[in-house]
Design a protein around this ligand. Structure first.
Ligand code: MBD
Ligand code: FE
Length: 285
């Protein structure tokens, strides 16, 4: 990165993630309008019980309690709640939901999804900078129903980090829409996406989430991944991620969001382009 570039900060990417999330969360909040008070009370009681039990088990002191309060405030002020929740909590919710979902395994959405990206034909190149750095990567495949029938006109909504681990929309030096797109499958449900290999992602270390990782002696990395949401008329959408065989942090994802079924192993086709295929299966609903 050159000195003239504005380098991404945790607060910068956090503020964007917060705005982004608030816009998307309004419909979720509306759906929950009639949650019975018994359920609210039961869940909140269980969460608080866990907190109280940790305080007792570790004989937590007043300075530690005050430090925790200060840290929580900083997470909010830095806009890092979307990051924190998606790194440390979302995988548990996803696993719960996955118990009732057939077809392609899901994974967490994460904080960096942006809706309404450029629509692309079934065989396409994701938007990239003229001087985009990175090993060429081509992901092809087919979207099918659970009974094997191809789903034409399905949407493969894909977004990923660049070769330095930065996401467009959340790192100021990356142009909007970079390495993001909504790919429409052809008559046979097929797609072929030309992009570059993303790098592993490091949780920003200049904010409170990074401070926590450091204080706890945990590493801040997620393995390299492609985020993909597949949608088709009359079918339950799948939100997932694909990982790379042999990649760093595959066995120690800070967000605990890897699954063996989601690992691809792209091979060089002899021209320096790495290729892999992955098929998606959606259940009706
Ligand atoms: C990411 O890129 C991501 O996918 C998750 C889950 C959390 C932080 C950054
Ligand atoms: Fe990600």
């Amino acid at each position: 990165m050159t000195a003239t570039q504005e380098s991404p900060t945790a607060a910068g990417s956090g503020a964007n993630a917060t705005q982004n999330f608030k816009a998307a969360a309004q419909s979720a909040a509306a759906e929950l309008a009639d949650t019975p008070p018994e359920r609210v009370a039961a869940i909140v009681t269980a969460v608080l019980k866990g907190v109280h039990a940790a305080i007792e088990e570790y004989d937590v002191s007043y300075p530690e309690f005050q430090a925790a309060k200060a840290w929580l405030m900083e997470v909010g002020e830095g806009g890092e709640w979307p990051l924190f929740m998606d790194v440390f909590v979302e995988h548990a919710v996803e696993n719960q939901v996955a118990r009732s979902q057939k077809g392609t395994k899901g994974s967490i959405l994460g904080p960096y999804y942006q809706p309404d990206q450029v629509r692309l034909g079934s065989k396409c190149r994701l938007p990239r900078r003229d001087d985009e750095v990175g090993t060429p990567l081509v992901l092809s495949g087919q979207v099918r129903d659970l009974d094997g029938s191809p789903l034409a006109g399905a949407e493969v909504d894909i977004w990923h980090a660049d070769s330095e681990g930065y996401y467009s929309g959340f790192a100021p030096h990356v142009p909007d829409g970079n390495l993001r797109g909504v790919v429409e499958t052809d008559e046979e449900g097929r797609f072929e996406i030309d992009t570059i290999q993303p790098a592993p992602y490091m949780i920003p270390h200049d904010g409170p989430t990074g401070q926590l990782l450091e204080a706890a002696g945990w590493h801040p990395w997620r393995p390299a991944h492609l985020h993909i949401q597949v949608r088709a008329e009359g079918h339950r959408p799948v939100t997932t991620q694909l990982y790379f065989a042999g990649g760093d942090y595959l066995e120690s994802d800070v967000a605990e969001a890897t699954k063996p079924e989601l690992v691809i192993d792209p091979q060089d086709d002899g021209t320096g382009v790495r290729r892999s295929s992955y098929d998606f299966e959606l259940e009706r609903g």
